[in-house]
Ligand binder design. Sequence first.
Ligand code: ATP
Length: 427
Amino acid sequence: MNQSHFFIGIDDTDAPDGMCTTWLGTILARMLQKSGMQLLCARLVRLNPTIPYKTRGNAAISLEMIGNAEYAFSLACDLVARNAVLSCQNTNPGIVVSIKKPPSDFYWKAVSGICTIEEAIHVINKHCLYHKKYKLGRGLIGATAAICSEFPDKTWEFLAYRNQDRLMQRREIEHESFYLSEKLTFPHTWDTWDEDEGHPVCVPHSYDPVLYGIRGDTPFSVTRAVSFIISEPPGMFQVWETNQGTDAHLVQCMGEGPEEGISYLIQGKVLSNPVTGKGGHVSFILLTGKLEILCMAFEPTKKFRDAVRSLKAGDKILVMGSYLKKTLNLEKFYLFNADPVPLPHAPLCPSCKKRMTSAGLRKGYKCRICGQREREPDMAYERRTIHPGWYEVPPGARRHLARPLARGMAPPDATCLPINQRSDRLS
Ligand code: ATP
């Protein structure tokens, strides 16, 4: 058989009530390995988190292999045809095979922007060997982006999959073992356990084939964390190389201002003190240049809202989040300064020891008893309940792509550039 180095990308095979593209990718990798091919790298590639067509976390997969590309493609087509939930209107699978990795531009557009199927087909026609689409074939976007992907920063996820005959039963997991796993391996793993809510966050609740997923900084860290977990026996597992937790989706806000469906990092000043609205959502206006941007911390971000409430007008911050319905949905922010808030008030009259009152607009203060005047107010300062530094949403409300503080976050430099534009690209 003709042996070559190749990449195969797959996307859009699942539906809300079942299946998962990573499960299908794992089955494909196992079958190709059994046929004598070599798996060099299995990538779980998260794409723009705001895409409305997504089923859950907008993930696509790519397998980098050595073997027979034509056979791998025909096997992938067969697996997708038999397992994808084609009856679901929103499931439109795509499969792409390429011998050489195409340029990464299409990946960066798919992770941070909005792509069309035609754009994916343009890349495929120029660089790829085989492709197949089912129904609308929207999955060609994710499948192409996955094989174009470059990870200047990367993390790993150990995905354990359920035995097929247990899919309709409740997942059997020992909660405390997830707590222990995170305690013993943090910060090399993260987002296993939600400390505030007191439950695992890495176990799905739906009928999809994933039993749990452990995220961490190396394949060793995630595998070690799994050794502490007690659960029903997984049917199979795969350690995926991923762009999760890398902030790859963030771009700088340029020109006219934010666009719908794009995730930004924006530096600016808090224009007015945050307010808590209906449903417990907390909002404030950010002033950046001449633009005023509504920023929101929604109710599911729980304690993060307390940090947002502690901001004051005038604070200089860097915010990160997706712009949807003319609102920046906060994922994380950096507070540069937390200066005490000046609280001017009328001074005491030095003779009468009584508080003076305003003498009128810009006229200072006047003692109503002896008529003595004072130009300047007395100054008190409100102590801040927040310190300069990073603040993030809890694990349960975190975007897959958002870099958790557990990974370490340096204070932003003067440029505040997103990852794909930084010269020192994070390792
Ligand atoms: P799955 O497990 O099937 O991958 P999911 O939650 O990851 O589930 P999909 O079902 O793949 O979501 O749906 C996402 C769809 O959006 C796919 O067809 C994918 O090709 C497409 N898509 C992904 N990123 C973009 C983008 N930036 N612009 C336009 N379409 C995109």
